[in-house]
Design a binder for this molecule. Structure first.
Ligand code: ZN
Ligand code: ZN
Length: 102
């Protein structure tokens, strides 16, 4: 169960292979380089999900002026949402948001 703890502290992205440093102000839940995440939560931050599928960013929506990433799990197909983090790659966010519309 060590992997669960690691996600709060920093991890190696399973999609792009880059090392992701801890965010500091809140627990990081997705890769800032490619925006992929892992399906580890049932409710945000609980790490209670046993799916562990790769969450692919499939769209961006705005909520009260904040960007929210929409993910779709590549294993179980469930959609989840998560706020963007302060150091997310903005060009990736733009890319995902246009992919969703075109
Ligand atoms: Zn990544
Ligand atoms: Zn899943």
């Amino acid at each position: 169960m060590k992997n669960f703890k690691k996600l709060d502290e920093g991890f190696v992205c399973l999609n792009c292979g880059k090392k992701v440093e801890p965010l500091g102000y809140t627990s990081r839940n997705h890769c800032p380089h490619c925006l992929y995440s892992l399906h580890v939560d049932i409710n945000p931050g609980d790490r209670a999900n046993t799916c562990l599928g790769l969450l692919k960013p499939v769209g961006i929506e705005t909520k009260k002026g904040e960007y929210v990433i929409i993910f779709r799990c590549q294993k179980c197909g469930k959609e989840t949402r998560n706020k963007v983090a302060i150091d997310d790659d903005y060009s990736q966010i733009l890319k995902v948001s246009t992919n969703g519309k075109l």
